[in-house]
Design a protein around this ligand. Structure first.
Ligand code: ZN
Length: 77
C-alpha cells in the first residue's frame, strides 16, 4: 500500500470570514414599522384607513392618517 496524497491545498488567507451562500434573500427586519393601512399592519389589528393612507404608503404624503381606534399605531399612554 502506497498512498501518495499530494498536499497542494493552499491555506485560507487570514482575516477572511466565510461568505454566506448567495441566493438567499435578505431577511426582513423584525422591527420594521407597520405602515398604516398596509396589509401587514391590518393583519396585526390596524384600524387605520387603507385608502386614506395609500398616498402615505407610496410616498405621496408625509402624514399618515392614524385612527384613534387603531391599537397598532396609537400606543396607549
Ligand atoms: Zn393603524
Amino acid at each position: 500500500m502506497s498512498s501518495t496524497e499530494p498536499s497542494t491545498e493552499p491555506e485560507a488567507p487570514p482575516g477572511r470570514p466565510p461568505a454566506p451562500a448567495s441566493g438567499t434573500s435578505t431577511p426582513a427586519p423584525a422591527a420594521a414599522p407597520l405602515l398604516p393601512g398596509s396589509p401587514a399592519a391590518r393583519a396585526a389589528g390596524c384600524a387605520c384607513s387603507v385608502l386614506a393612507n395609500a398616498a402615505y404608503r407610496c410616498g405621496a404624503s408625509t402624514s399618515p392618517l392614524i385612527e384613534p381606534t387603531c391599537v397598532v399605531h396609537l400606543e396607549p399612554t
